[in-house]
Every structure is written in C-alpha cells, then in structure tokens.
Design a protein around this ligand. Sequence first.
Ligand code: NAP
Ligand code: GDD
Length: 351
Amino acid sequence: MDKKKRAFITGITGQDGSYLADFLLDKGYEVHGLVRRSSTLNRERLEHLTQTDGENPRQGIILHYGDLTDASMLGRLIEKINPHEVYNLGAQSHVGISFEMPVYTTEVVAMGTLKLLEAIRSTGIPTRFYQASSSEMFGNAPAPQSEETPFDPASPYGVAKVAAYNFTKNYREGHGMFAVNGILFNHESPRRGENFVTRKITLSIAQILAGKKQKIVLGNLDACRDWGYAPEYVEAMWRMMQQDQPDDYVIATGETHSVREFLENAFHMAGISDWQQFLEIDSRYHRPREVHLLVGDAAKAKKELRWEPKVKFQELIHIMLSSDCTREGISLPLHSQNLSVAATGGEKINQ
Ligand code: NAP
Ligand code: GDD
C-alpha cells in the first residue's frame, strides 16, 4: 500500500504556498497545488521545484487548474487527489486592495473557503483542513493579541477572514472535521509579494543602490506590525495538522515594530544615513481604516506545537535586503554583513 501522504495546497504560487510545498516535499509528501489560469505563467516561486538538474529530475509538484470561486472544480479535485491534508492558503491577500475590491475579496476569501469545506464534506474524504487565518482579523483590538482576543476587523479582507475562520470552526464543531485555524501574524521573506510594505522597502533600497530608482513612495509609517520569517511559519501550519485534536493557534514573534523602524533599519544596513531624501509619502497608499498595532502572543503554540520563531526583526530585514541586492547585482556594504544570518541572503531563482 502507498504510504506517501498527499497534500493539496491552494495558493501554492504565493509566498507561503511555495515555502509549504518545499517543506512538505522534504517531508516526503506528494504535493498537489491549485493554480489559476492566466495569460502569462506565474510560477516564479515554484521554478526551483519544476526545473530538472541534469540527469537527476527533481521531485516535482502536481499542479491543477482551478479557482477558489469554482465550487464544482474544487469538488472534482478533492475527489481526484483524495488528499490527507488540505492547506487553504489561496486569497486576495492585500488589505489595501480589499477596500477597492471588497466583493471579489469576500468571494475568494470567505466564500472560497466555504466552497472548499463543502467540497470536502460532500466527498466524505476524511482529510485534515488548514485555514490561513490572519492577525488582520483582530483589527484594533488591544495588544498583545492571543487566541482569546475578540476579533474586530477593520478591512473588507479582515471581515472576510473572520467569516472563513468561523466557517472552519463550524465545520470542526458541526461536522466533526479535523479543521484548524492558523492565526498568523505578518510574515515576510525574499518571496514576499512586491506590493507588501517590507518587500517594497527592501527591493526599492536595492534598486536605489543599483542606481535604478530615486525614491520609495509609501503611505502610513506609524503602523506597527509583528513581523516574522515565512519559512518558519509554514512549519507551524504543518505542526497544527499533526496534532491529535484540531484547534486554533496564534503564530507570532511577540515583537512589534513600526513601518518607520523597518525603513530606518533597512536604510542603515544599506549604508545610507540621509535616507529621508529618498522617501516620498503619498496619500494613495493610506487606507480608509488602519490597523495600528499588532503584536501576537504565541504562548499556546510554543507549549502545544513546540514552535518558536528564531528569525527576528533585524535578521529578517537583512535576509530580505541582501536577497534583493543579489537580485539587483550588487552587494550590501561590509558593516551590515556581520549580522548573524541563519538563511543565506541571495535567493535568486525563487523570487
Ligand atoms: P500571496 O503571496 O498573496 O499568495 C496568495 C495566493 O492565493 C496566490 O497563490 C494566488 O494565486 C492565490 N489566489 C488568489 N486568488 C485566488 C483564487 N481566486 N483562486 C485560487 N487561488 C487564488 O499570500 P501569502 O502571503 O502567501 O499568504 C498565504 C495565505 O495566508 C493567504 O490566505 C493570506 O491571506 C494569509 N495570511 C498571510 C499572512 C502574511 O503575512 N503573509 C499573514 C496571515 C495570513 P496567483 O499567484 O494566481 O495570484
Ligand atoms: N502595502 C503597503 N504599501 N503598505 C504600506 C505602504 C505601502 O506603500 N506604506 C505604508 N504601509 C503600511 C500599511 O498601511 C500597513 O499599516 C503596513 O504598512 C503593513 O502593510 P502590508 O505590508 O500591506 O501588510 P498588512 O499588515 O496590511 O497585511 C499583511 O499581513 C496580514 C496579517 O496581519 C498581509 O500579508 C495580509 O494578507 C495578512 O493577513
């Protein structure tokens, strides 16, 4: 009998999906992913998994066309793949854009989750289900936020994630499904989308150093976030799915920093002290409502999942900045190179 576990990942082309695919392949899983049809291929973050290495073809992933808005396709795929574990990471994940596209965001984030849960329930396959819940669900609830903190979403994205969270909990409690919510605080990496603030900053600084760009254009610099390192966070997802009982967990570093601090530290690492001259503030990037302070209490995950973050703020900036510098064909000034870096900076093929 085939003992290989099968995992199905929605959002496999995104930051977390690609790291989760790496992680599960290393664990010996057969990995299936949902991809959307588009006129140009959007698989940069998966290139290293689909390339062959001379005579040794690397273990690949199996991709399936589909969309979280297409319930019948989701049902067919669940039936065909017969997965042991389903990770629902697919989303319109940009908070600012969700104010412009609230209906579509809700269709994908809330209704998409419900359609996937229904697809699983109707096939009767005893798969485990992970929902990518978010610290954005807390909105401006008092910090530090834990599993006990009441949600107070401040964006259409946050509202839709709360609905998806509740659907997941309801299928666990109502239908006895092994369904968990990972309430993840912000996590970043060299594979982070270029329009999220951390990556926008590190990529812009690398381009300024390379002489390709003159300014970074940003919005609110005062918001504080609890920023962790994405590869560590996908391991927490997997750990939740290996528990005896399904439950919900906050995943966070417990530290918070403002966007301004991120900016200052990144410029400092790049050897630029008069950084204000490279900064422009544009109200275009201000949101109709802002989440001011996120900082997570991940004590439950530490105790029950034995999960703890290792990469903290300075190291995270260094990993991202050095990767973007490598991408732009330059190196960071010497003084920033002796920061301890757990992961290597240059991650060229996986951008
Ligand atoms: P991401 O890089 O933006 O990736 C989103 C993924 O969802 C992409 O693969 C995207 O496909 C896919 N997708 C979008 N719309 C879809 C649709 N209609 N049908 C199927 N797939 C669709 O996001 P991420 O940072 O990896 O985050 C992963 C998940 O965790 C998301 O649900 C996000 O909301 C949640 N989350 C993220 C964080 C964070 O800090 N990163 C924190 C908490 C929760 P395309 O490549 O085709 O666009
Ligand atoms: N994106 C962006 N672009 N944000 C900016 C900018 C800018 O030019 N200037 C300032 N900011 C501020 C935003 O207003 C926000 O306060 C903060 O930077 C972080 O913005 P993002 O990086 O877009 O992340 P987010 O916190 O809104 O959402 C991310 O984290 C959530 C978890 O809390 C996303 O990954 C969500 O999908 C995730 O759920």
